[in-house]
Design a protein around this ligand. Sequence first.
Ligand code: 0O2
Length: 208
Amino acid sequence: MATKVYDQVDNWNEVLLVYRSALKEVNTKLEILNDEFQHVHRYNPIEHIKSRIKTSESIVKKLKRKGVESTIENMIEYVDDIAGIRIICSFTSDIYQIAEMLANQSDINVLSIKDYIKNPKASGYKSYHMLITVPIFLSDKTVETKVEIQIRTVAMDFWASLEHKIHYKFEGNAPDHIKAELIECARMVSDLDDRMMAVNEEVQALSK
Ligand code: 0O2
């Protein structure tokens, strides 16, 4: 029994090593793209990047929600965001450029895209989600590893952080007036993003 538990822990540590490596790979790709963009256009599309490995508690919670047993195989198959990267940009146009630059890389395989910018959630949530795989080359095998990438503007991120805190505080049942206020704030965030992008485009055109 003790050996079995040890094996499970050992296997899980190897799985985590692969996911951590995937985060490193994608982070390096993003840094290179940002540096090249700065070199060519004298401009950084990426404000900052956050990456994380999902905690085992959250992974188990997600599997329970999906009605699936908590095994390592199920974690890999059913939890798409064990490795997650959030890219924060200044402008909405940057989001689509970064997504396209990543998707065009030959070793990246795009599994799915959820465009919550063009189709915001009922909560008001806006963000661009890409589920990709990236190859991780180990000593004896190559593992195509899933990474969930969320790309959003600074303003969308500000909104999502507060909404996330409120969602957890009220366990998903926030009072109606707070939900309504968040939807109104999301509308203001969209308006702000559109206006900031328009100002930036005008300034860019002038400096040409
Ligand atoms: P956490 O704590 O951020 O990790 P999935 O559950 O991933 O199998 P789903 O729910 O269709 O399938 O995925 P989706 O819609 O792409 O959402 C995944 C992640 O997007 C969430 O992860 C959140 O990080 C974020 N997200 C989605 N909807 C909202 C929202 O209404 N508000 C905020 N603030 N964030 C949102 P987790 O695992 O749910 O949570």
